[in-house]
Design a protein around this ligand. Structure first.
Ligand code: PLP
Length: 426
């Protein structure tokens, strides 16, 4: 199914193709375990000699169907669902980095990922160097070391909304013999497919647009199958030399293009167990069925809101890559010609206090920590997610004290704008 259909069809149909008499709708396999006729049959699964289900921590049919749909949408060979976007990002790096290793990462990333990479992974002996995504190829290359194992970036960063030059990042990664991992949460594969621009691994917080209805926290890793691990075998012993915890099996030899994602499933998920619950992946699948309808509406509404704000004299600044005077407009046109995402940020004249008053006056847009939801929502990072930082520290982190993150939903744009207008007047 994956290759011959267009994204709209894949959103609705990929991953689950029932046979005669089977349920039309993807069933929730609410079972921890799966039955076999003989002990020998089960043993072959444990040795990875045959594929099949035996325990939901490793694989579950509902989860696999949804992962297959996301992989088809991204144009990858296979995917794996995780319990959250945080887990997906951790596994994506930990699958190829161990204590003593290093990776390079764009500094324009989600704060939770920044902390995971810069603080928590450091405790595991894995170091990261953050680089500005806008730095030159030479400057970014200078951050690489002999023990560097990956380059990481976000297609559109949360909340700073910087657009990644994916081709530039892929060139740099490949010239150092390492994969490019891209967090494609904000545009989703409806608006951007990073594999087409040279990325090797894609990760998602499915919590955002993919679910789209704010029902389930989840994540996904998709493998393009294109990175030649064996060509850089000295860098990736975990993939290219025998795994003692799997009877000496070598992932690249046994699984070829599926080596990376098989190791993530068979080894990391086995040992760390951050699975998405089948119930949540069922809800995620419902969200995916309308992703191709929702994304254009998010983008259309966000464009209208951004244009309205940019013309309003109470507004100090607006950041949305769909505005022609935006720093990232050209890059957005190149990588996301049909629209980027529904998230915009802006500041009001009068600064922080006015921003707070404005948000408290909104009636339709809800103050929530969430982003990328069907319902318009809003957050003031300086008062919420980045509350502990001083104004100076906020600026260092790339978050202006007056920054309002406005996640435009799929309601009628006129109603969203009317809500903003009454709050501005208040
Ligand atoms: N990646 C991006 C771009 C995000 O915006 C987020 C969360 O906001 C995450 C990853 C983490 O995802 P989750 O909240 O599902 O763990």
């Amino acid at each position: 199914m994956a290759k011959q259909f267009k994204p709209e069809t894949l959103c609705v149909q990929a991953g689950w193709t029932p046979k005669k008499g089977e349920p039309r709708v993807l069933p929730i396999y609410q079972s921890t375990t799966f039955k076999y006729e003989t002990s020998e049959q089960m043993a072959r699964l444990f040795d990875l000699e045959e594929s099949g289900y035996f325990y939901t921590r490793l694989q579950n049919p509902t989860n696999d169907a949804v992962a297959a749909k996301i992989a088809a949408l991204e144009g990858g060979v296979a995917g794996m669902l995780t319990s959250s976007g945080q887990a997906a990002n951790f596994y994506a790096i930990f699958n190829i980095c161990q204590a003593g290793d290093h990776f390079v990462c764009s500094s324009a990333i989600y704060g939770g990922t920044f902390n995971l990479f810069g603080v928590t992974m450091k405790k595991l002996g894995i170091e990261v160097t953050f680089v500005s995504p806008d730095a030159s190829e030479e400057e970014i290359s200078a951050a690489f070391r002999p023990n560097t194992k990956a380059l990481f970036g976000e297609t559109i960063s949360n909340p700073s909304l910087e657009v990644l030059d994916i081709e530039k990042f892929a060139r740099i990664a490949h010239s150092h013999g390492v994969p490019l991992i891209v967090d494609n949460t904000f545009p989703t594969p409806i608006n951007c497919r990073p594999f087409e621009w040279g990325a090797d691994i894609v990760v998602h917080s499915t919590t955002k647009y993919m679910d789209g209805h704010a029902t389930s926290v989840g994540g996904c890793i998709v493998d393009s199958g294109k990175f030649d691990w064996d060509a850089h075998a000295d860098k990736f012993p975990g993939l290219c030399t025998p795994d003692e915890s799997y009877h000496g099996l070598t992932y690249t030899k046994a699984f070829g293009k599926m080596a990376y994602i098989t190791k993530a499933t068979a080894q990391l998920m086995r040992d760390l167990g951050s699975i998405q619950s089948p119930q949540n992946s069922f809800l995620l699948n419902l969200g995916l069925e309308t992703l191709h309808l929702r994304m254009p509406q998010h983008c259309k509404n966000a464009q209208a809101v951004a244009e309205y704000l940019s013309k309003n004299d109470k507004v100090a600044w607006v950041n949305y890559c769909g505005l022609p005077d935006n720093k990232y407009y050209e890059l957005a046109q190149k990588y996301m010609p049909n629209g980027s995402c529904g998230v915009i940020s802006f500041g009001l004249k009068g600064g922080r206090e006015i921003s707070i008053k404005f948000m408290d006056s909104l009636k339709l847009a809800a103050i929530v920590t969430h982003v990328a939801d069907a319902r318009t929502c809003v957050l003031h990072p300086a008062s919420h997610t980045h509350r502990q930082l001083s104004d100076e520290q906020l600026l260092e982190a790339g978050v202006r004290p007056d920054l309002i993150r406005f996640s435009v939903g799929i309601e009628n744009a006129d109603d969203i704008i009317a809500d903003i207008e009454q709050a501005l007047n208040a």
